[in-house]
Write a protein that binds this ligand. Structure first.
Ligand SMILES: [Fe+2]
Length: 475
């Protein structure tokens, strides 16, 4: 270390002590801001993603006349004591009743839902049933049966513990899944982790719109494909661009028509006026779902809802604040570059002010994790237009790597931007494992590895609870 009066050699030229000090300070600042972004050395072999054919076993129709299929569940109210059960019958409407109970052989409660149906170009859907079962006990295993009176099928789920600050809870994270052989590998890989209790799905479900005439049969096959997970644990849905199904050339002018009929969410419970943006509490997490493809400018319903929603989050009750949105705000791949920029401009300062812990996005078919950065100082004239390290900012994770038919996004902007901590173009899924109010363990698993291997992992330190006895977000 240079002492005052000593000369230091920098790039072959002697420099003075004050200049050396400045250089050291700049280097420390740089490391603090960037912490050395890594582009993974793992290079996945470039291969085309291939649709699973219609006669694949994962698309098999359950046996029996009018047997319920495409069974999926999602949280049914704001605190996790209700569940929305959805399924499809093809031959006739059948019953919309769900029988349920805590003993497999004694389903002594029931609830009645409704069914709907829609047409899309030359396709007519089956009968899509949705039934909300309420007043469930927390942390309890329930069995439920659908298809009553015809060919009944029975499944089970476990409700989350009561909402509370130190409730351990493990979420899976998948995006842009589709229905290819790679999609199947991702789902199988996810299922091999016995700890995951609910799925945070960040949009782009079936990719039916990539098939001729938006072939809605591919919505049905996707529902059957994922049933092995969606019937047993709630998937928290985010809407993506592949849910738009906006096809005026086919006479289909109503955006989100198939998705809206098939996937119900508890949006009214959080005061939302649209199923595309809403919130839930689950265990120690508060999850806010945003809509990239609905208006979010000032005065719009989504803007007004989020403005009122964020102050409602009580970090003493739910320390972990998680945001799901399809189009990423920080993305260093050459695909969909800056598509999320306008929403970032509208909402980023709110997320920083409210110390959101993590934002999960999809859309880009690869994986990336950011440092804690924000880019909220710019005001057109001050020139402050670079992301900077920010303790209060979320980590941004892009995980649109479920394995859909459009293939991998394997071209990256170079050099790796300073906000990008780790990136890799592989398919996979992640686990967000909340331990208590201060710590959560996060791991991303690429499909090429066994489940025990985490290709990227990091401990999350809660933004409000940096120590267990002080909520730094409370006033
Ligand atoms: Fe997308």
């Amino acid at each position: 270390m240079a002492r005052k009066g000593e000369r230091v050699v920098h790039m072959g030229r002697p420099i003075s002590f004050p200049v050396a000090l400045l250089l050291v300070a700049a280097l420390v600042g740089f490391v603090r801001r960037c912490d050395g972004g890594v582009t993974s050395s793992f290079v996945r072999k470039a291969e085309k993603t291939i649709s699973m054919p219609m006669d694949s076993d994962v698309f098999r129709v359950p046996p029996g006349y009018n047997a319920p299929q495409q069974v999926h569940i999602t949280q049914g109210n704001h605190v996790g004591s209700a569940m929305i059960i959805s399924w499809v019958t093809l031959d006739e409407p059948g019953s919309s009743i769900v029988l349920y109970g805590t003993e497999k052989d004694m389903l002594d409660s029931h609830a009645e839902g409704r069914y709907n149906q829609y047409t899309f170009y030359n396709y007519t859907s089956g009968y899509i049933h949705h039934c909300t079962i309420r007043r469930l006990k927390h942390d309890t295993k329930y069995y439920y049966s659908v298809g009553i009176g015809l060919t009944a099928r029975t499944f089970w789920f476990t409700t989350p513990p009561s909402v509370g600050p130190d409730v351990p809870y493990t979420f899976g994270v998948i995006g842009d899944l589709g229905q290819t052989y790679d999609s199947n590998a991702t789902l199988t890989h996810y299922e091999s982790n016995p700890e995951a209790q609910a799925m945070l799905f960040v949009g782009d479900l079936s990719y039916a719109d990539n098939y001729p005439y938006h072939d809605n049969v591919r919505w049905d096959t996707w529902g059957r494909f994922v049933e092995r997970s969606t019937a047993y644990q709630p998937w928290i849905w985010t809407v993506g661009n592949h849910e738009l199904d906006f096809a005026p050339e086919l006479g289909e002018n109503t955006p989100f028509k198939p998705y809206r009929h098939r996937y119900h969410v508890p949006y009214r419970a959080s005061g939302s006026t649209s199923p595309f943006w809403y919130s839930i509490k689950r265990g120690s997490a508060y999850i806010i779902v945003l809509a990239s493809y609905s208006a979010y400018g000032m005065y719009t319903p989504q803007y007004s809802w989020l403005e009122e929603e964020l102050p409602k989050v009580n970090r003493s009750e739910t320390p972990w604040l998680i945001v799901l949105v399809h189009s990423p705000w920080y993305n260093s791949y050459k695909y969909h570059y800056m598509e999320g920029e306008t929403m970032r401009v509208m909402f980023e300062s709110w997320l920083v002010q409210n110390k959101v812990d993590v934002v999960f996005s999809g859309h880009v078919h690869a994986y990336e994790r950011s440092h804690r950065v924000s880019n909220i100082a710019y005001n057109i004239v001050n020139g402050k237009c670079q992301p900077v390290y920010d303790e209060s900012a979320p980590v941004y994770i892009t995980i649109g790597d479920g394995g859909n038919i459009e293939g991998l996004a394997n071209e990256m902007t170079e050099p790796q931007p300073s906000y990008s901590a780790f990136r890799e173009a592989s398919f996979g899924h992640a686990i967000f494992k909340i331990k208590n109010r201060t710590h959560a363990y996060y791991a991303w698993h690429r499909n090429h590895d066994g489940n025990a291997v985490a290709a990227d992992s990091v401990w999350f330190h809660n933004r409000c609870w940096k120590s267990a006895d002080k909520n730094e977000c409370s006033v």
